[in-house]
Design a binder for this molecule. Structure first.
Ligand code: 0X9
Ligand code: ZN
Length: 426
């Protein structure tokens, strides 16, 4: 059959599946031989970017004031190095590092018979295993927790979480509310959130400090709020960031969920109106299925016992970022309290392995964002504290989203120490 005939036949045929579920002919992105560099920009990223226009460079970070992190294809490495820029090598071979990081240990379900093993934190895992692990963990503590789903992603996956409570009983205390994996490629965030969940559950019986925390709050923890994007990072492109939403008339896929919340969404300069951009904000506030579902769930928490602390877990750069993102001089009404609490957390984090976290308002510390989750949680959700935590690695020392699996445990342990301190204070 001639190709033109095939196309005209297809055009006339009734679709067998909905547009959202239609199979797309997606390439698998191959980073073999790519070298990744962190380039010092000395507060003048435009000058560096001007030198890179002829390269097929893939940018990683959005905060380029001090450094611009990029991957360069093998055939362009020599020409790039000839520029003589001030660089640190992040990945000698990005493809090889992705392959090593992507060697997942198999997860065998333990059902309700036993608490899953801590070996879960020795490697990254397939998305399906994250669901099984979370269900297994919950099943071991049926009287103190339950799994909930808040709605579906664009491609129809459940957006799930765990609700954990203490001696006051289910739903009796203010909410501690965590989101992980808003950005698909930030794999460490799911692991850290799972580690915290694991210890909140398993240490209740043996650790008085954990018991006190648990008895004070209800926890609502969602480790993967962008499941379509996360799956795509495991099947097609390790560096995918956005959701996987398609829109009619647009060839680029995906909206940045952290630019789609309905607070100061219309302000310019903190997001992109270009569908191909990594920070595409959508056509209207809340026009992604994921943010619609998360917004409705947030309203439920606000209207029940209120939100005491919200944390959006991201990577990378090692920051604890406070409101606000949309305006660099706007501050939360309790800014001084948020600031000293964040500094205290940074101190506790540092005590584990010496890892330094920078704290400060998100816009003035990093860059401007509109329609971001912590801004919404503060101004609309009524959260007392609402932060973004950017996990390991540090930006300035060179690093990236592809964090070796050996870093999962130390990253998690230092956050667990930090969050225990915060939860004892709030
Ligand atoms: O840009 C984002 O959405 C986040 N950073 S990330 O590198 N993980 O993508 C949050 C940035 C924190 N907020 C502001 N800088 N305003
Ligand atoms: Zn992020």
């Amino acid at each position: 059959m001639k190709l033109s005939t095939a196309i005209s036949l297809l055009a006339g045929a009734a679709p067998l599946v909905s547009a959202a579920a239609a199979p797309r002919l997606e390439r698998k992105m191959n980073y073999d031989g790519y070298k990744a560099y962190s380039i010092a920009t000395h507060h003048n990223p435009a000058a560096i970017k001007a030198k890179l226009t002829r390269f097929a460079a893939i940018p990683f970070n959005l905060d380029n004031d001090e450094h611009l992190d990029i991957a360069i294809p093998a055939e362009e490495v020599a020409a790039f190095e000839a520029l003589g820029l001030e660089t640190q090598l992040m990945h000698e071979d990005l493809g090889a590092d992705i392959a090593e990081e992507g060697t997942f240990a198999p997860y065998t379900s333990v059902g309700a018979q036993a608490v899953p093993s801590l070996t879960w934190f020795n490697s990254y895992h397939a998305y399906a295993d994250h669901i099984t692990f979370f269900n297994d963990l919950q099943a071991s503590f049926p009287n103190a927790s339950e799994i909930f789903t808040i709605g579906k992603s664009f491609q129809g996956r459940d957006i799930f979480g765990i609700h954990i409570w203490g001696s006051g009983g289910k739903g009796s205390k203010p909410a501690i509310y965590f989101h992980g994996t808003v950005h698909a490629r930030e794999w460490i965030s799911a692991k850290v959130v799972e580690y915290i969940t694991y210890h909140l559950l398993t240490q209740y019986a043996t650790d008085a400090a954990v018991r006190a925390i648990r008895d004070k709050f209800d926890f609502y923890i969602l480790p993967v709020v962008n499941p379509d994007g996360f799956v795509y990072t495991q099947t097609n492109d390790r560096l995918w960031r956005k959701n996987r939403q398609t829109r009619s008339g647009q060839s680029c896929v995906g909206t940045d969920q952290n630019r789609n919340w309905n607070y100061q969404w219309s302000v310019t300069g903190g997001a992109s109106t270009s569908p191909c951009s990594e920070t595409y904000k959508g056509l209207a506030a809340g026009d992604t299925p994921e943010i619609r579902a998360l917004t409705a769930f947030t309203t439920t928490l606000k209207n029940s016992r209120g939100i005491r602390l919200y944390i959006d877990w991201h990577s990378y750069g090692q920051y604890i970022l406070l409101p606000y993102g949309y305006d660099c001089s706007a501050r939360a009404s309790n800014h001084a309290a948020q600031s000293s609490l964040a500094s205290g957390m940074a101190t506790r984090i540092r005590q584990s392995y010496g890892t330094t976290f920078t704290t400060g308002p998100s816009c003035s510390t990093l860059y401007k964002t509109t329609g971001s989750a912590p801004d919404y949680m503060t101004a609309v959700g009524g959260a007392t504290y609402a932060w973004t935590i950017e996990l390991r690695p540090a930006g300035s020392s060179g690093g990236g989203f592809v964090l070796p699996a050996t870093q999962i445990l130390p990253s998690s342990i230092e956050q667990w120490e930090g969050i225990k301190y915060v939860l004892a204070q709030v």
